[in-house]
Write a protein that binds this ligand. Structure first.
Ligand code: X2W
Length: 281
């Protein structure tokens, strides 16, 4: 009985948050490192289905870097990263598309359906969702989104279907295929949808200040200053850059949070506590 009372109290406390996020568009980036084992995947899927059940429109954008590394290793194709992005030649981009659009995308779609939701997996190629140019000649087939056509996502979520997007895209010419960093793709999608929230699930607790403390609230100006001072560095740079871009394009707030904590998305959206570092203007 005590447990039942506690559960009921918890649901009741969530009411203002459920009301606030009813009808909200929330883009969630689910990275390869956060995917972990089947149990972590199942828990993530359950949280996404719960969001949908209470009237949020979740849009999942995924990564899969570690899974790409595994397959490249099996095929004997060497791979390196420059400034957080994979140098991608023709052979590599084929593997990236197979792993992201195939293996990883369908695993997430299946997990959402196992949790009782409806999901459809697409890539940035479908319905020209994300059209790219080469990001940097040094990186080969790495794309920078230049044209977004997000109506397909609205059509899906308005029909009660959770879109699951692989960060692979078409080029402006010759039907080239581009490999897009998962964070970059999620930011471009959140910006184009003018999303209420972008949640970047990662494997660190958030953005740390000079003394190593996780900052719970940060402004874009503070991010710029901390980047100039070298306080924000390494793998955090693509994430904070993505956050700034999404906010400039009209996303209301971006949270960088630790996808390894249980029910990370629910803690962030539906509790007083929140999780990770929230960036808003
Ligand atoms: C990434 C795409 C996958 C990704 C890659 O090839 O690994 C680039 O680096 P995570 O799991 O989110 O790191 N693309 C251009 O972003 O995966």
């Amino acid at each position: 009985m005590q447990d039942a009372q506690a559960t009921a109290k918890m649901l009741s406390e969530a009411l203002p948050y459920l009301q606030r996020f009813s009808g909200a568009v929330v883009v969630v980036k689910f990275g390869g490192n956060a995917m972990g084992d089947d149990a972590a995947m199942a828990e993530f899927a359950r949280d996404i289905v719960l969001m949908r059940q209470v009237g949020v429109h979740p849009v999942v954008v995924h990564g899969g870097g570690p899974m790409i590394n595994d397959m490249l290793g099996k095929l004997g194709i060497k791979s390196e990263f420059v400034r957080g992005k994979r140098v991608t030649d023709k052979a590599t981009v084929q593997v990236v598309e197979m792993i992201l659009s195939g293996l990883v995308n369908k695993r997430i779609v299946q997990a959402i359906m196992d949790a009782g939701g409806r999901a459809v997996g697409i890539s940035g190629k479908d319905d020209d969702l994300m059209v790219c140019e080469a990001d940097d000649p040094e990186l080969g087939f790495v794309g920078r989104p230049v044209e977004m056509n997000v109506q397909v996502l609205r059509d899906l979520y308005n029909a009660g279907i959770i879109p699951v997007v692989a960060p692979v895209a078409t080029g402006m010419k010759d039907n080239e295929t581009f490999n897009v960093n998962g964070d970059t793709a999620a930011g471009a999608i959140a910006g184009a949808l003018q999303a209420d929230r972008l949640l970047l699930l990662t494997d660190v607790p958030g953005v740390k200040d000079a003394s190593g403390q996780v900052m719970t609230q940060i402004t874009p100006d503070e991010i710029r200053q901390m980047t100039a001072d070298g306080v924000i560095s390494g793998g955090m740079i693509p994430k904070t850059e993505t956050a700034l871009m999404a906010i400039e394009q009209g996303t209301r707030a971006v949270t960088i949070l630790d996808g390894r904590i249980p029910n990370a998305c629910l803690v962030e959206l539906f509790t007083d506590h929140g999780a990770g570092s929230q960036i808003r203007a």
